[in-house]
Write a protein that binds this ligand. Structure first.
Ligand SMILES: [Mn+2]
Length: 337
């Protein structure tokens, strides 16, 4: 038994409200969170294509545009990086736990007073939509989109299936996280039977990294620190990215790597930002909760994977965060000892 078993998953499924807003919408902007991962892009594109299937004009938008590694996904080339000239009457968002995560695109559209339907699976979701479709029991926002298609009886196409399986595979690290349920495996089976290509998705998203990232890891990982409490952490700087020849906004995934240490129960990567702040990414093994820490610092996430941005320099961020991580490491209890 884990102490986390006492945490009730956040579930707020306003199907009727969402259906009413969607049925009134003609032109829909489909948004997702900034610095999008595979679930952000997969759920956004899957929902975009699904909305088109029911006759809507749907446009995917994400701040900063499409990360190159997801260019294999259907409709990925249609992603806009800004909403400036976009005429829409409804916003739909996926995989974002609060308004801030939707970046300039979200803020720009919301300022126009447009209604928002938001679909998400983060335990820390702030229920910021006019209709909320939040289910923290789902492993990925893409699983939430799958459930939506089922609930509304909308058609599933091979293209939608490919997008949704990408979201599921990336958020579960290919069905390895404790969010993976037998129900999810059943949904993945349907997605594969519909035409999603699991080996291709795994190869493109999980099994391949930029060579410069390998160089970056070799530089940075010389400095990781392991605290007696089982907190493993590392700081990364703008200089590290420069040295490795790696673009600063590359997803580096070091927390996910460090949490694999047999001595670690919580991992954290603290990344220096060009504007002077610090970006924080955390992971935990089952039995611990980093979502609460992220939420208390203005961010959010899942029990075992969460993040936030602190408005302070790197060294100060270390001083702020480490005591919190150590306290959680002492509080929690390893589920699998
Ligand atoms: Mn997600």
């Amino acid at each position: 038994m884990s102490k986390n078993d006492s945490i009730t998953p956040l579930v707020q499924l306003e199907w009727d409200k969402a259906a009413a807003l969607i049925s009134r919408g003609k032109r829909i902007a489909v948004l997702t969170h900034v610095q999008p991962d595979g679930d952000a892009i997969g759920s956004m594109l899957g929902l975009t294509l699904a909305l088109r299937q029911i006759g809507k004009e749907a446009t995917p938008v994400v701040d900063g545009g499409l990360p190159e590694r997801f260019a294999f996904l259907p409709a990925s080339h249609e992603i806009l990086s800004s909403v400036e000239d976009l005429e829409v009457d409804l916003i739909v968002s996926t995989d974002a736990s609060d308004m801030k995560r939707l970046g300039n695109a979200g803020a720009g559209l919301r300022e126009r007073g447009l209604p928002l339907v938001q679909l998400d699976h983060h335990q820390t979701n702030l229920l910021f939509g006019d209709a909320n479709l939040v289910d923290a029991r789902t492993a990925a926002a893409a699983e939430g989109v799958y459930d939506l298609l089922q609930y509304y009886n909308w058609p599933l196409t091979p293209e939608i299936a490919q997008c949704l399986l990408t979201g599921i595979v990336t958020d579960t690290l290919a069905f390895r996280t404790n969010s993976t349920t037998s129900a999810l495996l059943g949904k993945a089976q349907v997605l594969m039977e519909t035409g999603a290509d699991l080996p291709e998705i795994v190869q493109r998203t999980l099994a391949t990294i930029p060579t410069a990232l390998m160089r970056f890891n070799a530089i940075v990982m010389q400095r990781f620190q392991l605290e007696p409490e089982g907190v493993i952490w590392v700081t990364i700087t703008l200089e590290d990215f420069k040295e490795a020849g790696l673009s600063f906004d590359t997803y580096v995934g070091l927390s996910g790597y460090m949490i694999q240490s047999e001595d670690a129960v919580i991992s954290a990567t603290l990344k220096q930002l060009p504007e002077g702040g610090t970006d924080i990414s955390m992971r935990a093994v089952p039995g611990y909760n980093v979502a609460q820490i992220a939420l208390s610092l203005g961010g959010g996430g899942h029990l075992l994977a969460a993040g936030c941005t602190l408005d302070m320099p790197l060294d100060e961020a270390v001083q702020t965060l480490l005591p919190m991580l150590k306290a959680e490491a002492r509080r929690g209890e390893k589920l699998y000892t």
